[in-house]
Design a binder for this molecule. Sequence first.
Ligand code: TYD
Length: 208
Amino acid sequence: MTRGKFITFEGCDGCGKSTQLKMWSEYLTRSEIPHIFTREPGGGKISEAIREILLNGKNAEMTDECEALLYAAARAQHLRDRVEPALSEGKLVVCDRYVDSSFAYQAYARGLGVDFIGKINAFALENYLPDATVFIDLTPEEAFARKHGADENDRLEQAGIAFHKKVYEGYKTLAEQFPDRIVVVSGKATPEEVFANTFNALKARGCL
Ligand code: TYD
């Protein structure tokens, strides 16, 4: 049995990732391509329980280090209980976020540094990387403008925007460092164009 391909999607909040994943789900089902959709943090029983801890607003006192370790712990479990079994059954695995999120959010935006995030994830994942990662390139300013209009009452304060700008810069740095793995697709085009550009890039890399 030929091993399946592992594709991950990344981008800033509001970049249009959810719309694209929905289009991929429809396409893969329509084309009868054996696949699974999954997400991080989460994807399985234990990783979803860790997700609940991570995204629960009541846990605001969580340290950045604890947060980073929990993302890595959820990933270690998810990789072994969902991703790896599907790949060995020859299925295409499409995952909403993966280790690049930890680099963009925890290493760059939280400032924990790439050494620490690299180390804990190397331990959790044994350096297991996707065949291709699609980065939907849309700046936080563009994402917020699209979502809320250029509204003075935007619910995100300046601190929020500064954080998301660092996330974005982190992704840009990762895309420059790993051009063979990370496909950069502009998020400014229509959803259909973004899908077509992603499709062509993944096809060219032998992932479809
Ligand atoms: P989610 O509601 O799934 O957001 P999105 O639709 O933007 O993917 O929440 C996931 C959040 O977790 C998102 O803000 C990014 C963050 N995250 C990290 O900070 N580090 C990580 O390693 C991962 C996987 C996610």
